[in-house]
Design a protein around this ligand. Structure first.
Ligand code: ADP
Ligand code: MG
Length: 681
């Protein structure tokens, strides 16, 4: 935050630091930091009539206070009001101040949710006040997203200061607002930050409330404007056209044990057409798991390498295992053509890294495979022509920005097996061309999916034994434990030990996320070589791993996993000629959502179809969430409910750019401020 702004907003250095953590660096950032929800401190409810399970405020006299030590230290205050009813206030963390404020005989006002407790009704960690110090609030209290060490009152004060200081003048043309029936921005912001007394919780929580509609529209408009401008910039940029001679590609194709599918050929043509242009390519290659994206990437790289001008190409993968696998494959494909392949990952020794970096910088190596280590600041390319990103949805925004900075005018190919529904992709990512491989290579035997209760584990083990006795291999995926990496590790080790005990004749290996890259690679190499029969794995094998001899996938606690994760995991088998199976083990009770997910994965094999169901079950917000697609998350709009607003924004954005460039600049300045880089990434 600029010192002037800090002064203007009367914010301390400490607060400014905390605000920075929330990406709030200007007065406008603060003004657009909108409440997550509201609290009702306008009324006091008699304890006897207080609702269960929803926030309410009560007031009473402390009739008993004690510290309890079992099962852990906690402070319990019992209060009673005029209704005669009694309520316990329970604090698991408490300070001397609490004890003082809750001394017997004190009046106290508490805001929280009432639940049935073991010793009667209680509020856990309510917000408490001394009633005589505070009059009842006149309107609902906004609650903002915050960060540790920045409390609501300070944040609220900063936001209200900002509201006073910024210029809230309307910038959108009034005919547009009129057509869309949207209120003015200033009014909308004031209402949301300081709701007038007559507005109740229900009205404010409803996304259709006009003030929210206005904010959502503005956000979507900013996103569309920013994407369109990024596209204009890209189209006006100049990339080196890459036109392959086809000579090396022909040699590679002749050596492959298969011919390209029609879909692979088509997307390759689309890519080649882009590469031949003088504007940088920005293309997303979507294809279901196992559809053969890797060879398309290899042939695209060849276009760059064959083309006149000593161009380099690089492919980046999100995990060491996957990157290493690409490296092995690329070496196998490219070395016979006389092309060296460089390997760069974070786990290389410094000396090895330095050597590779020198070779990339002086251009002696023209093809590089690696993890995001490839795009660190200190990696310099001699003449980078094409960058490819596998499983791009797995990369964070920061990593993609680093990549972008590496090659402003470099052709980019993103690859993903997580299908964003095409129309959504096109309307949301205005600056992305999409190619789809919509066909699997022939002669795949379909994967048989079975749902099996975890009580039948020994049967599953028998199945594994059978498979391995036929000379095939199996994956065994451990239960996902999101809360704790340590627990996850423990579970993985236990799973390994149990399986070893149950199947002593088999060689069983283990890979998990905590292993060093070299250890992982060693285990994977043994599995690929067939020396390991069963590979116990955490979800680190989720993406991209390709071992055609593996024909059985067992997934424990499948009910804990998401649909795209299950689909990715299942896609690790069914890559060879043997008939493959996927056994989904589940444990009851199943939530409604888990039940539906298992049904979808059981009934469908097509990734796009599964994605469509996923969309219905979860809503597109999650598809476009930072993790899934790497897209910046929308803060206010949600694409499930606000598709109409998105369409409007899409319609209006180009008109504004053409007719009101000054409005565009102002709108983006307000909305993106310090964040613009992120939205364009
Ligand atoms: P993904 O799209 O999931 O990255 P891969 O590129 O790993 O898929 O390909 C999956 C498997 O299919 C690999 O073993 C690959 O060699 C094989 N494959 C790719 N294209 C074809 C094809 N046209 N015909 C037969 N097999 C193919
Ligand atoms: Mg792949």
């Amino acid at each position: 935050m600029l010192p002037e702004t800090r002064q203007l907003l009367k914010i301390t250095d400490h607060t400014a630091d905390k605000l920075h953590k929330l990406h709030l660096n200007s007065a406008w950032d603060l003004v657009l930091h909108l409440p997550l929800r509201y609290e009702d401190e306008t009324q006091i409810v008699p304890i006897a009539h207080a609702p269960l399970g929803e926030p309410c405020q009560v007031e009473g006299e402390v009739v008993h206070l004690h510290v309890q030590y079992q099962p852990r230290k906690q402070l319990i205050a019992r209060i009673q009001d005029e209704s005669g009813a009694i309520l316990n206030l329970r604090f698991i963390h408490f300070y001397p101040n609490h004890v003082k404020q809750l001394a017997e005989g004190q009046m106290v006002r508490a805001l929280g949710e009432i639940k049935h407790g073991y010793h009667g009704d209680e509020m856990i960690h309510p917000k408490i006040k001394s009633p005589d110090k505070t009059d009842l609030a006149q309107s609902l209290t906004p609650i903002y997203p915050t960060t540790q060490g920045l409390n609501q009152p300070i944040l609220r004060k900063a936001i209200n200061q900002a509201l006073e200081t910024v210029d809230l003048q309307e910038v959108l043309p009034s005919d547009i607002l009129h057509d869309l029936r949207l209120p003015e921005l200033a009014e909308s912001l004031r209402v949301l930050h300081n709701p007038p007394p007559h507005l109740d919780m229900k009205t404010l929580a409803n996304g259709a409330f006009p003030a929210w509609q206005r904010l959502k529209f503005d956000e979507l408009l900013a996103q569309q404007l920013s994407m369109r401008l990024a596209k204009q910039r890209r189209l006006s940029g100049s990339a080196k056209p890459l036109r392959g001679t086809g000579e090396l590609s022909a040699k590679l194709l002749a050596k492959l044990p298969f011919t390209l599918t029609a879909a692979q050929q088509r997307v390759l043509d689309e890519i080649a057409a882009d590469l031949a242009q003088t504007t940088p390519m920005h293309r997303l290659l979507q294809g279901d798991v196992g559809s053969g994206k890797t060879i398309v990437a290899a042939l695209s790289a060849l276009v760059a390498l064959e083309s006149e001008g000593d161009f380099q190409a690089a492919i980046m993968a999100p995990t060491e295992i996957l990157a290493e696998q690409h490296y092995v494959k690329f070496k196998q494909w490219f070395e016979p053509l006389g092309i060296d392949v460089a390997w760069l990952s974070g786990s290389l020794k410094k000396k090895e890294k330095d050597q590779v970096k020198t070779q990339l910088a002086n251009g002696t190596i023209r093809l590089a495979v690696g993890t995001h280590a490839l795009f660190q600041d200190d990696v310099v390319f001699h003449n980078l022509g094409l960058v490819m990103v596998d499983e791009q949805h797995r990369f964070g925004v920061a990593q993609r920005l680093a990549l972008k900075n590496k090659g402003q005018d470099v052709h980019q190919l993103m690859m993903s097996a997580t299908p964003i529904p095409r129309t959504l992709a096109m309307s949301f990512f205005a600056d992305l061309d999409v190619s789809v491989i919509d066909e699997l290579p022939p002669n795949r035997t379909p994967i048989q999916t079975k749902l099996i209760h975890s009580a039948r584990r020994s049967q599953v083990e028998g199945f594994v034994l059978n498979t391995c006795q036929k000379g095939q291999q199996a994956y065994w995926v451990c239960p996902l434990i999101e809360e704790s990496e340590t627990l996850q590790l423990q579970t993985a080790t236990e799973t390994l030990e149990n399986l070893q005990a149950a199947l002593p004749s088999l060689n069983i290996g283990l890979v998990h996320g905590r292993m060093k890259a070299a250890e992982k690679a060693a285990v994977m190499a043994e599995f690929i070589a067939g020396k390991i029969n069963v590979l116990v794995a955490t979800t680190v094998i989720e993406v991209g791993v390709d071992v055609p001899n593996a024909s059985l996938m067992v997934i424990e606690h499948a009910e804990r996993m998401g649909l795209s994760q299950l689909h990715q995991l299942r896609g690790r088998v069914g890559r060879g000629v043997a008939a493959s199976s996927c056994l989904l083990m589940f444990t009851e009770p199943l939530s409604q959502m888990a039940r539906e997910r298992l049904k979808v994965i059981y009934e469908n094999t097509d990734g796009f179809e599964i994605a469509r169901h996923d969309l219905n079950l979860r809503g597109p917000g999650e598809f476009l969430g930072a993790r899934q697609s790497g897209a910046p998350m929308l803060r206010f709009a949600d694409l499930q409910n606000d598709l109409i607003l998105l369409e409007k924004a899409r319609e209006i954005a180009p008109k504004l750019i053409a007719q009101h460039p000054e409005v565009v600049a102002q709108h983006l300045q307000r909305w993106l401020g310090s964040r613009e880089g992120f939205l364009a990434a």
